[in-house]
Design a protein around this ligand. Structure first.
Ligand code: TXA
Ligand code: MG
Length: 322
């Protein structure tokens, strides 16, 4: 009988046991500050291939490798530009993934056959403790996409991971509970293979922050041909139809800043106070629409230029969803 281990009690012993399990080729879902990741030993092709089957993800979509500090960077990447080092120093640990020319450890089963690799040091005590424990027993990095089925909404709580993946995991796999993710949307992905940074996916590390850190103007992302599954048009989508820029009618779900009132008969799913809280609760609110069996959810998008850019990016893809 299938039994999922669910580690709420994150002592150093339980984290160490999870690291050993990763080393044995099992999958471990763990919290990060952005969303929950579905982790595997990034040097073990059999373990990594299970990520693809559990997620139902096309095999040519590359995975992000998570490391515990900037020290591990040179095992995974080469020819790192000065501005890439700057970004790593300024924003790691943090919600930022750097795409760099791949080094010797980054094999085709991680990069989707591309010559680049995505790397990230997450800013979450449990994730950092897990990576440190894994590296202390010889691990080099943890490959981890968001812990959802392909195309679905990323999980920001461990119970959302259970809902998404428990049917597909094995009895030897683990889910580590670390509470709700603080950021709530996936990391900013920055291509660092050109003469200046290029944002492939917006997140909590914004264009202004990148330009201030590097002293360079970001390359315009339009027309980029790098394969990023999160940039497919119908991603991050719940079962409910997501509508933007519309007035909700009775019976529809509604997500908007707290300053915006709920029209009569509409089912309010979330009332965030500001854009940061909007990002943090967005995926839980979209999941709530499905739990309540709503056919449609109307979202009034935040208009700012900080994390609101990432919120609008994900919402426009969710609105394209089904
Ligand atoms: O916040 C995050 O980034 C979360 C947490 C778990 O770290 N991870 C995450 O992974 O969102 P995933 O696989 O769901 O989304 C990562 C995106 C994918 O769309 C993938 O195609 C892209 O990053 N990616 C990974 N490596 C890449 C590379 N070498 N070049 C271009 N895109 C890459
Ligand atoms: Mg994802």
């Amino acid at each position: 009988m299938f039994q999922l281990k669910y580690l709420s009690d994150c002592t150093s012993d339980t984290i160490h046991a999870a690291a050993i399990s990763l080393m044995a080729g099992n999958l471990v879902a763990f919290p990060t500050e952005t969303v929950y990741g579905l982790g595997a030993d990034a040097t073990n092709s059999a373990a990594v291939s299970r990520i693809y089957s559990v997620k139902g993800r096309p095999i040519n979509h590359p995975l992000i490798v998570h490391i515990s500090s900037i020290t591990g960077l040179r095992d995974w990447a080469i020819d790192i530009p000065e501005y890439g080092i700057r970004l790593a120093r300024d924003f790691w640990p943090g919600p930022m993934t750097l795409v760099l020319k791949r080094g010797k450890l980054a094999q085709n089963f991680i990069t989707g056959g591309q010559e680049t690799v995505g790397l990230r040091v997450p800013d979450h005590d449990v994730a950092l403790a897990l990576m440190e424990a894994f590296e202390s027993i010889g691990g080099k990095g943890i490959a981890a996409p968001s812990a959802n089925r392909f195309g679905q909404v990323s999980p920001t709580t461990s119970s959302a991971v259970v809902d998404e993946l428990s049917k597909y995991l094995q009895s030897t796999d683990l889910i580590i509970d670390g509470g709700a993710c603080a950021v709530g949307v996936e990391s900013t992905i920055i291509d660092c293979t050109g003469h200046a940074p290029q944002i492939l996916r917006p997140g909590a590390i914004t264009e202004i922050m990148i330009e201030e850190s590097t002293g360079l103007e970001c390359i315009d992302s339009l027309g980029n041909s790098i394969r990023v599954s999160g940039s497919l048009e119908n991603h991050y989508a719940p079962m409910a139809k997501v509508s933007l820029c519309e007035v909700p009618t009775p019976g529809q779900g509604f997500i908007a800043l707290a300053s915006i009132q709920t029209p009569p008969g509409v089912i309010r799913l979330a009332s965030p106070q500001d854009d940061e809280e909007f990002a943090q609760i967005l995926y839980t609110a979209l999941r709530q629409a499905d739990i309540q069996g709503l056919a449609e959810v109307v979202v009034i998008q935040p208009i700012g230029i900080g994390i609101a850019v990432a919120i609008r990016d994900r919402l426009s893809r969710a609105a394209n969803g089904r």
